[in-house]
Write a protein that binds this ligand. Structure first.
Ligand code: ADP
Length: 450
């Protein structure tokens, strides 16, 4: 097992990894920018190294500075968290070349799934149903022909895309030609790669994803699904497990199919295979080769520690469990609490004046906040995750309402009022929602007066 792990991240996910390391008796090294000198992850780790100025490109994305920090502190592995360098195959390769372990899959698998066109082709070959679309990147002429075949509306997506950004819906050929130009420009600016491809645009799908866990000896199991259909601008806000749309047989069928495919790939680590789900059919859209923001809902219903599992398989241990050992208990819901205006999505950085996190039975808070903490403007606006667990979905919703009412984060606006409205909504309570539902909800929702 590793003696010392460097965590190449910040915020709640850095804390999440530090916590498991401590329980496993592994030393931790935090890295931080000059904007995060007083951040909780830098304080909680056994050692902490400043790796650069605030801009992420100079600090949390600075591969050389992070490797130097690992070398100086004698770390033997690097955990990338999510975001930042977590799906950067070049970084994973550099880590390995320096004789360290990257806690994640091989660079080859990261690269394969990072190219969404290659990912879809690979999954199709492995017998996983994919969303209809072009087989590769497209120029205008090929795109127009393909769109006629697929049928409008179509969705233009970046081959190197991520974070819900840069997707454009086209209703007809005029919109397609205009959208292609815009999408290429945005993809070049956002991902440094202007290649785009087309997919059939599903109108009212759910987003259902399967969590998998695999060791390097070809054993792969699935840990059920998460329903992440509550999104705005293609970004998740609330996630739950199990999905209100699936029954046990449906869950088992898709789970087995996915774990077989990922096992055949020889993949190692945790991963998430994402699908759109409409009228009883699954359509693969992408695979994330890292720990996800919403992994706690799976931990709550399985009782597993996914970070521990990740560290163990990265250290070359075989999976200590089989599919039949996995039991799903109760229901879990996660809310992402962002420092942002819930309607404009503009970040609202600032200083936390008063802080009180909810507690009690079945409540988990993953956050790096404390009274006096600064929320800098340079990074993602996710500041806390509230996860609740209970026997049934109905009980879970009551617990969520109760926990949200207890949560005090004073000093900067957060998304809590919106989450409270969602937790009390009748349609949400029935589980009747799809990926466009929250956008419709926001059109008529007004934040309560102070
Ligand atoms: P990213 O990697 O940027 O997060 P994804 O491919 O995971 O992009 O898609 C994010 C979200 O965008 C999905 O959860 C869904 O809401 C929407 N989306 C993606 N592809 C389609 C599609 N073909 N039809 C309808 N909605 C889609």
């Amino acid at each position: 097992m590793f003696d010392k792990i460097l965590i190449a991240n910040r915020g709640e996910i850095a804390l999440r990894v530090i916590r498991t390391c401590r329980e496993m008796g592994i030393q931790t090294v935090a890295v931080h920018s000059t904007a995060d000198t007083d951040a909780m992850h830098a304080r909680l780790a056994d050692a902490s190294v400043c790796i650069g100025p605030p801009a992420a490109s100079d600090s949390y994305l600075n591969k050389v500075a992070i490797l130097a920090a690992a070398e100086i502190t004698g770390a033997d592995a690097i955990h990338p968290g999510y975001g930042f360098l977590s799906e950067n195959a070049d970084f994973a390769e550099m880590v390995v070349e320096h004789g360290l372990t990257f806690i994640g899959p091989t660079p080859e698998h990261i690269r394969m799934m990072g190219d969404k066109v290659v990912a879809k082709a690979t999954m199709r070959q492995l017998g996983v149903p994919v969303v209809p679309g072009t087989e590769g990147q497209v120029d205008d002429e090929v795109a127009a022909r393909a769109a006629r075949e697929i049928g409008y509306p179509v969705l233009i997506k970046a081959v190197a895309g991520g974070g819900g950004r840069g997707m454009i819906v086209a209703q007809d050929e005029d919109e397609l030609l205009e959208g292609l130009q815009l999408a290429r420009r945005e993809a070049q600016a956002g991902f440094g790669d202007n290649r785009v491809y087309l997919e059939k645009y599903l109108r009212r799908p759910r987003h259902i994803e399967i969590q998998i866990l695999a060791d390097e000896y070809g054993h792969c199991i699935h840990l059920g699904e998460r329903d992440c259909s509550l999104q705005r601008r293609h970004q998740k806000l609330v996630e739950e497990a199990p999905s209100p749309a699936l029954d046990d047989a449906g869950r088992q069928a898709i789970g087995e199919r996915v774990s077989r495919a990922i096992g055949d790939l020889g993949y190692r680590g945790v991963g998430t295979v994402e699908f759109l789900y409409e009228e009883g059919e699954f359509y693969f859209i992408e695979m994330n080769t890292r720990l996800q923001v919403e992994h706690p809902v799976t931990e709550m219903i399985t009782g597993l520690d996914l970070v521990r599992a990740q560290i163990e398989v990265a250290a070359g241990r075989p999976l200590g469990m089989r599919q039949q050992d996995i039991r799903f208990t109760g229901h879990a819901i996660e809310c992402r609490i962002n420092a942002e205006d819930p309607r404009t999505l503009l970040p609202t950085p600032g200083t936390v004046q008063t802080y009180h996190a909810p507690g009690g039975p079945g409540v988990r808070v993953d956050s790096a906040l404390y009274a006096g903490a600064k929320v800098p403007p340079y990074y993602d606006s996710l500041i806390a995750k509230l996860i609740v667990h209970d026997r049934t979905r109905e009980d879970c919703l009551h617990r969520l309402q109760r926990a949200l009412a207890e949560y005090v984060i004073a000093g900067l606006p957060t998304g809590i009022p919106l989450l409270q409205a969602l937790a009390e909504d009748a349609d949400f309570a029935k589980g009747n929602y799809h990926t466009g539902w929250l956008t419709e909800f926001l059109a008529t929702w007004h934040p309560p007066a102070e």
